[in-house]
Design a protein around this ligand. Structure first.
Ligand SMILES: Cc1cc2nc3c(=O)[nH]c(=O)nc-3n(C[C@H](O)[C@H](O)[C@H](O)COP(=O)(O)O)c2cc1C
Length: 162
């Protein structure tokens, strides 16, 4: 499995889509907080999802999720998917993305790279363990994040970018 990247830019600058669910019932949202690394001798991806997100329901329900990365021209679409909820809009219709099965989960044909992840761990951020100024900035008016760690069981690379 090969995935070369500027590790600190991949999430923060390029953003990604987090998708959970099955092809007949799923949701996706834009994320820019996350990481890739090693845990329990496995390659893992970690994502942070506020409990208020519609995608959070799917993250809890499902055993798999995908993290997918897009060419620059999709930034506007990622902006929409990161500001509107799947509870209120039809994200597939409004984004124009093409959902495809990625084994037990879903990704999109337009993605350059998709990490297929098997959920290994979930834990809610402990607000008491966060520096006070960070807690104030992030959680004074918004829901707490749940952290999900998934084993990266496959990396799907778009044909053209191989
Ligand atoms: C650039 C960007 C990055 C984001 N990163 C995160 C994130 O890491 N975690 C999170 O919970 N929400 C994040 N969001 C917000 C969600 O994408 C947004 O609330 C979305 O509308 C949730 O959709 P849903 O309710 O359909 O799940 C981000 C939004 C943008 C625009």
């Amino acid at each position: 499995m090969k995935f070369k990247t500027e590790i600190f830019e991949q999430f923060d600058k390029k953003w990604a889509l987090l998708t959970a669910g099955r092809k007949d019932d799923f949701n996706m949202m834009t994320i820019s907080w996350g990481g890739m690394g090693t845990l329990w001798n496995r390659p893992v991806a970690t994502v942070y999802v506020r409990t208020s997100r519609y995608t959070h329901d799917f993250m809890d329900k499902e055993d798999y999720f995908t993290v997918s990365f897009y060419p620059e021209e999709y930034r506007k679409i990622l902006g929409v998917l990161g500001s509107k909820s799947g509870r209120d809009i039809d994200k597939i219709r409004d984004s124009g993305l093409t959902a495809i099965e990625a084994r037990e989960s879903v990704t999109f044909r337009e993605a350059d790279i998709t990490l297929l992840c098997k959920k290994l761990y979930k834990q809610q951020m402990d607000i008491k363990a966060i520096p006070e100024y960070i807690a104030r900035e992030n959680y004074a008016e918004a829901a707490i994040h749940d952290m999900y760690i998934g084993e990266v069981i496959d990396i799907i690379i778009k044909e053209e970018t191989r």
